[in-house]
Design a protein around this ligand. Structure first.
Ligand code: FAD
Length: 368
């Protein structure tokens, strides 16, 4: 979000932009630890529309930003095993069709036919979109950083934001471990850490960090190159091809909010057992690597865009585990919000901070 916002502000001719990153390298936060999935399949209109803007930007990324990002359109296949999910996904399918997104409805037989390596005897239905897929997160971050730098943005790593000075009700400076920087404008794009940055400016943000983890396996020759991103929705269990092996992850429903990014090996075993039950050939493989990262969860699983009660303090965070794919359009929308005073490319004004106080939340059902 930070790299995309800085790039889009600079593209509009804005000068004197600083991008601050506390880590040694860019993209080591949620983005660098994510599964790289990009999809149109959401349950709310605003999320489908964000994908309708953002995924084509990823399609054009190499031409516009000059960086290969390996967009592989393998499709997302949600497998549904509970009647309640079938109901919700049927409504989402209708919404997607109305917005021009051609998601397919699959019967249990079609699911088994498309996934011969998997066991889904309990499948009731499936939802598949061939335009969904995988993109390399690091390439997207570094593409935006490089393009922003070429437009004059100073991208500084190893600079930890430690405080925000507010005078009256407006921003006057950012404090860092390298010294203070005077400014009238700050964009809080700190992902899972956005709540901490909000506190520094005296703005309470309902964004909680929640650990999620992933593992990848050693090569498995049976996995076809076009193997889709498969989600067992009821278990929040997913699989996609990574290199010549499989990447699998599963959401732990009992995970408490916190900043721990160590792998929970007990839960990893639960993930592994569930994965082998769905894909028995995984019994043959070894663990190649594993890692944990943080979701940035809001109460309605939608991001927060725009102004805050402190003048000059903006927010673009809280994407609740599906923000990588909306990074391109979100940076463009933030540039519009700051320079034009409104969101031009798409109306996301309903995703403001005030919605939580005013009871205007809209729940996204399709969260993994
Ligand atoms: C395991 C996992 C799988 C996921 N899978 C997907 C997926 O398949 N598809 C998808 O779209 N999304 C996915 N997500 C969600 C996605 O990663 C996030 O929604 C998205 O990356 C958020 O981007 P961001 O720029 O807001 O946050 P980040 O990428 O975390 O960027 C915030 C940056 O701010 C820096 N920062 C924080 N505090 C400070 C400070 N005090 N000073 C200076 N710098 C600071 C951090 O170091 C970090 O680099 C996944 C997330 C996880 C954890």
């Amino acid at each position: 979000m930070g790299a995309s916002t800085a790039y889009h502000l600079a593209l509009r001719g804005q000068k004197n932009i600083l991008l601050l990153e506390k880590e040694e390298f860019f993209g080591q936060g949620a983005t660098g630890r994510c599964a790289g999935g990009v999809r149109y399949q959401f349950s709310t209109e605003v999320n489908v529309r964000l994908s309708l803007q953002s995924l084509p930007m990823l399609d054009r990324f190499k031409d516009e930003i000059g960086q290969e990002i390996n967009f592989h359109k393998c499709g997302y296949l949600f497998v549904l095993t509970r009647p309640v999910d079938v109901n919700f996904f049927q409504h989402s399918l209708e919404l997607q069709h109305n917005l021009g997104v051609q998601t397919e409805w699959l019967s249990p037989d079609e699911i088994c036919h498309r996934l011969p390596l998997m066991r889904f005897e309990d499948a009731l239905a499936g939802s598949f979109n061939a335009q969904d897929g995988l993109v390399d997160p690091n390439s997207v971050v570094m593409g935006y950083i490089g393009a922003a730098q070429r437009l004059g943005v100073a991208c500084l790593n190893k600079v930890d934001v430690t405080g925000i000075q507010v005078a009256g009700d407006r921003i006057v400076a950012v404090e860092t471990d390298q010294g203070a920087i005077s400014t009238r404008l700050v964009v809080n794009a700190a992902g899972p850490w956005a709540g901490l940055i909000g506190q520094m400016a005296g703005v309470a943000l309902p964004i909680e960090p929640v650990r999620r983890q992933i593992m990848t396996t050693t090569p498995l020759e049976e996995i076809p190159p076009d193997f889709p991103f498969v989600l067992d929705f009821a278990q929040s269990l997913y699989f996609h091809r990574e290199g010549n092996g499989i990447l699998t992850g599963m959401s732990n429903p009992n995970e408490k909010a916190g900043f721990d990014q160590n792998v929970d090996e007990n839960f990893e075993l639960i993930n592994l057992e569930a994965a082998v039950a769905r894909m028995p050939c995984l019994e043959k493989v070894g663990l190649l690597t594993h890692w944990a990262g943080l979701y940035e969860v809001t109460p309605d699983a939608h991001p927060i865009y725009g102004k805050t009660p402190v003048e000059g303090f903006y927010i673009v965070a809280g994407f609740s585990g599906h923000g990588f794919m909306h990074g391109p359009i979100s940076g463009k929308l933030m540039a519009e919000c700051i320079l034009d005073g409104k969101f031009l490319s798409q109306d996301v004004s309903m995703l403001d901070l005030a919605r939580f106080k005013e009871g205007r939340q809209i729940r996204e059902y399709n969260v993994v």
